[in-house]
Design a protein around this ligand. Sequence first.
Ligand code: AMP
Length: 451
Amino acid sequence: MSEGAAKKEEKPRKFQAIRGTRDLLPPETALWNRVEQTAHEVFSNFGFGEIRVPIFESTDLFARSIGAETDVVSKEMYTFGGFEEFSAKVREGMLSEMSPEEMISLRPEATASVCRAYIEHGMQQLPQPVKLYYMGPMFRRERPQKGRYRQFYQIGAEVLGGSDAPAIDAEVIEMVMTFFDRLELQGVQLDINSIGDRNCRPKYVELLRTELLKVKDKLGPDSQRRIETNPLRVLDSKLESEQGIIATLPRIADHLCEDCAAHYAAVKHQLEMRGVIYRENWRLVRGLDYYMRTTFEITARGLGSQNAVCGGGRYDGLVELLGGPPTKGIGFAIGEDRLILSLQESGKGPAQQGRDVYIAWMGERAHATAIRAAKDLRKAGFSVELPPVEQKFGKALGQADKLGAKYALILGDNEVSEGLWTLKTLADGSQAKFTEPDLLDHLRKSKRVSS
Ligand code: AMP
């Protein structure tokens, strides 16, 4: 090997974030924090408490709840401890033979975990319904694109208990809409539907399958496959050539059983009582198996084809399916990445994480005063930048400008011996001298005026 080649090999590898994952950096993270803080506030206003569930769980938990046939479980989960074996078993339909302890998966969503926790901690003993919310990363091996990642973030909530009163559905939806309203999210559109229950949905799905088989030749390969696997998902299709055909298909609203129809009508009435504006969308179905009756989706502006920021619905029976007592449930998951994208598109993102005060100091005595001033100002709630090494005042002021500081506090020998500190307002270049207590007062007052 030539010396040149050896040297080339020594060059350290440049690492990059894995495809479909990304770093969230300041100042954008300030917006993430604002969104999450607003969620904490709004959800607690509605009487929800935060739950934090693990990032990974038994694979079986997701397979049983989301459905082994769904794309999420069969293709998109990050599974450890014998992935090959797991996929083979899924293909053979032998999943039930696997011991639940055998595999673990990174969570692709959190509803299953929340239901598991509800059972594990005997939450049915608590006053019902139990209202929980969560936020954090989810993992799905999907094809990455704008608004679609392999590690993405969801903010969600679940209501679990003995009642499926339509007012619960309506209040959950009202809560998401209040949250979006508080964030001033633009172009919000709420779509609702009812997808029936175990009584009426199977009959409708069969009818849909029969009708779809009649027009099979006119459908694309994805929809053709779904006629067998999950005909409801054909209604989801965005393919231009299929739209005319889909419009002629039977609609679930015309095939709901009496109970489901009454429940749906009551949910709509309850939404109206709350002033929540909705659009009925008979083609709205959910990708995950466990949903029934009320389903909803919220879209927002500026997101292109991946414009759904929230999906939710009712899933009575899921807790029971996971070995718990008969329990009704409803919840939603907001895609936080998309929510942030939409807020940024409409100019709601913070441009820069500015400092309140940049302390320009020169000389050893001034350094000691600067350290004390920084401590006091930070304690009073101001964001302070204290340069670690001495800088000429001109350079320090340039630096303060670049960091978007509002003020520069100038501390040199004169200031320290006189006990009068110079405060420069960077926006207009004006300067004034203050004693230490007056300075704090002045900054506090100007902060109150600007906020
Ligand atoms: P789901 O859990 O599939 O009902 O999705 C709920 C919401 O999560 C969607 O409306 C999206 O906003 C968001 N979401 C789902 N998958 C992804 C993904 N791969 N990347 C980013 N956001 C996603």
